[in-house]
Every structure is written in structure tokens, then in C-alpha cells.
Design a protein around this ligand. Structure first.
Ligand code: NAD
Ligand code: UD1
Length: 314
């Protein structure tokens, strides 16, 4: 049986990935400290997953897990909020960089050779340089501790491939949305907060004037891309994943209101420190590998709303 480890597997993207991998018949191990993820995200596959509620920064513990010698390692555990990293730079660094390097080093020292070690990086590494769209070889400008750690960890991931022969890839997600994204922190992904406000008829705070753009991508396309890239024998280096389309935040909110049939109450506040103004992916590399997204923004928003509103099972 194919054995896979997903760190951060009780989180938003991780749990969607774990469920798809279980459906493929993989044997799954998940490590998540539940700081942001919730066990309920894995309820439908609970008896098919070996779940460890544990901190990935505990090196000894992680070494004992890695001794299971996995076919695939998907490294998603992270403190995923840019704003949180600005508040807690050192703590987030331990998770977002140190734990990744320690895992790579342990694989090297022990001579483990997973078919793929996949690290989830971020579009945040590109920063605010004006060139758009962002290609994998565009200039980077990591403006926050989160972006610095993601960039360093992806470089370690690629270098451990080049220097020591590990099969590694690093994926730069643009902005992912969809079911199971936890809305309960001020640092949660924006569309999960919008969803919560629409459901509870609460006021939404928009930081900035809403003209900031993002390349939003539905989680189902992300999961398909992660599996596709990890299984492609010729995948290597860094891949952007987005739709290759940018939308102003306010326009996406309007599209979401349309899907929900509800109006959002918005109050405007000052832009967040370190926030990125323009974001757009060049996805040529991903397309050249043979991947094609199926869902798209509007279908994704519609399906997300139906899930959130309880009209569809997930
Ligand atoms: P998430 O917060 O839902 O998932 C991260 C998971 O890691 C959570 O379940 C959390 O509990 C867990 N975690 C955090 N610290 C941990 C620790 N010390 N030990 C063990 N587990 C820990 O966020 P997500 O959106 O699912 O993000 C998954 C990955 O994708 C992250 O690496 C994130 O940086 C990256 N990413 C996400 C987006 C996005 O738009 N959501 C974009 C770019 C990159
Ligand atoms: C997001 C991800 C980050 C990822 C990056 C890649 C989360 C929490 N963050 O960061 O992991 O690496 O994409 O592009 O998943 N906003 C509001 N009101 C709110 C919350 C947010 O106006 O209540 C605004 C923000 O100021 C920002 C935009 O919405 O301009 C998007 O914010 P957010 O969802 O946190 O995403 P990013 O910061 O782009």
C-alpha cells in the first residue's frame, strides 16, 4: 500500500488533501497540533487515518514518525497567516522554517527516499514588485516573517533535492478558498471570514479599499494539483498554483454575494501592515506538466456557499 504523511492534515487544505488520498486507497498518517485545524475536518475518514495530535517542532517525535519511511510526504503544517507572523515572528519561524529543515535533514541522514517530498510555499514570497504575472523565476521580495520562512524553506527543499538527491518540489499557492477553512481567527483566510459574516449577518471589516487583487483558487483544484504534481515523475523545482486570473477583493466579494443571494455589511479599515497589493500567478509551468484545473472561481464560490449554507454535503 502507498504510504503518505500529511503534516497540517487537519487544517483546511490538508484535510481536503487527506480525504482525496484516502479515496485513492493510500495509507495516511497525519500530524497536526490542532492549533488551527480541527479533528472534525477528518471525521469522514477518521478510522482510516493514523492521527497524531502533536507539534511538528518536536524533532524527536517527528523522527519517530519519519521512521515509517513514507512514499509521499506533504508538508503543509504552518502558521498560515501572514498577519500572525508579523505579530509573532519567532514562534512562527519555528514552525514555518525550522521544522521543515529538520525533517529534510532527518530524511538525508537516514537515507530515506520518498517518491516525493512536497513543501507548500506561498505567493507571499513575491512581495510587491510591480511585474505581473508572477513567474516562478520572477524576483522575490519576502516582506514578512511568513514570506521569509516560506522562501527559505522552499530553497532548502529544492537544495536538498539538488545536493542530496531527494525528490522534492515546492508549491507556491496563491489564495485558496473553500470548505473547511477555519473562519474563527482574525487571521483566517478572507473568504472564510466573509462566509461567516454572511451566515451570521455580521459586519465584515475590509482592510484597505478593496482594490487589492488576489488570484483566488478553489481548494478542489488545489488538491488535484498537489496529487498530480507529487505523482508526476518529471516534476521538480517550484510550481505556482493559481488560476492565472486576478480579481480585486471587492469584486470577489460581489461575486460571492451573488452566489449567496445576500448582501455583506462592510466597514472599511486601514490596510494591514505588510499586505500585498497585487497578486497574479503565471501558471505556464504547471500547464506544461499537464495539469488542468476543472473548477474555476465562480463554480468554486457557488459550491463553497452551498456547503457553508448547509445545502450540500461535503
Ligand atoms: P491551515 O491553518 O488550515 O492549516 C495548517 C495546519 O497546520 C493547521 O491544521 C494547524 O493546526 C497545523 N499546524 C500549525 N502549527 C503546527 C505545529 N506546530 N505542529 C503541527 N501542526 C501545526 O491553513 P491552510 O490554508 O490549510 O494552509 C496549508 C498550507 O498551505 C500552509 O503551509 C500554508 O502556509 C500554505 N498556504 C496556504 C494558502 C491559502 O490561501 N490558504 C496560500 C499559500 C500557502
Ligand atoms: C493568503 C494566505 C497565506 C498565503 C497567501 C498566498 C491565509 C490566512 N493566508 O494570504 O497563507 O500564503 O494567501 O497568496 O490563508 N482581509 C480583509 N478582511 C479580513 C481578512 C482579510 O480585508 O477580515 C484582506 C487582507 O487585508 C488582504 C486580503 O483580504 O488584503 C486577503 O487576506 P488573507 O485571506 O489573509 O490572504 P493573504 O494575506 O493574501
Amino acid at each position: 500500500m502507498v504510504k503518505a504523511l500529511v503534516t497540517g492534515g487537519a487544517g483546511f487544505i490538508g484535510s481536503n488533501l487527506v480525504i482525496s488520498l484516502v479515496e485513492k486507497g493510500y495509507q495516511l498518517t497525519v500530524v497536526d497540533d490542532l492549533s488551527m485545524g480541527v479533528k472534525a475536518n477528518l471525521a469522514t475518514v477518521a478510522d482510516q487515518v493514523e492521527f497524531h495530535e502533536h507539534d511538528v517542532c518536536d524533532h524527536e517525535f517527528m523522527h519517530s514518525i519519519l521512521d515509517e519511511d513514507f512514499d509521499y510526504i506533504y508538508y503543509l503544517a504552518a502558521i498560515a497567516s501572514v498577519a500572525d507572523s508579523v505579530e509573532r515572528p519567532y514562534e512562527t519561524h519555528q514552525v514555518n522554517q525550522e521544522s521543515v529543515v529538520d525533517t529534510l535533514e532527518y530524511l538525508r541522514v537516514k537515507g530515506y527516499q520518498p517518491k516525493k517530498f512536497l513543501f507548500t510555499s506561498s505567493a507571499a514570497v513575491y512581495g510587491n514588485y510591480p511585474e505581473l504575472p508572477k513567474r516562478e523565476d520572477s524576483r522575490v521580495q519576502p516582506l514578512t516573517p511568513y514570506a521569509v520562512d516560506k522562501y527559505a524553506s522552499e530553497r532548502f527543499t529544492i537544495d536538498y533535492g539538488d545536493l542530496y538527491g531527494l525528490s522534492t518540489v515546492a508549491i507556491r499557492f496563491f489564495n485558496v478558498f473553500g470548505p473547511r477553512q477555519n473562519p474563527n481567527s482574525p487571521y483566517s483566510g478572507v473568504l472564510s471570514i466573509v462566509t461567516n459574516c454572511l451566515l451570521k449577518d455580521q459586519q465584515f471589516t475590509l482592510y484597505g479599499d478593496g482594490s487589492q487583487t488576489r488570484d483566488f483558487i478553489y481548494v478542489k483544484d488545489i488538491v488535484n494539483a498537489l496529487i498530480f504534481i507529487s505523482e508526476a515523475t518529471n516534476s521538480y523545482g517550484v510550481y505556482n498554483i493559481g488560476y492565472g486570473k486576478k480579481h480585486a477583493l471587492l469584486d470577489v466579494i460581489r461575486m460571492f454575494e451573488e452566489a449567496a443571494g445576500k448582501k455583506l455589511k462592510i466597514q472599511f479599515a486601514e490596510a494591514r501592515n505588510g499586505d500585498i497589493q497585487e497578486s497574479l500567478a503565471d501558471i505556464t509551468r504547471l500547464k506544461e506538466l499537464g495539469f488542468k484545473a476543472n473548477w474555476g472561481l465562480e463554480n468554486g464560490l457557488r459550491e463553497y456557499w452551498e456547503y457553508a449554507d448547509g445545502k450540500s454535503k461535503w
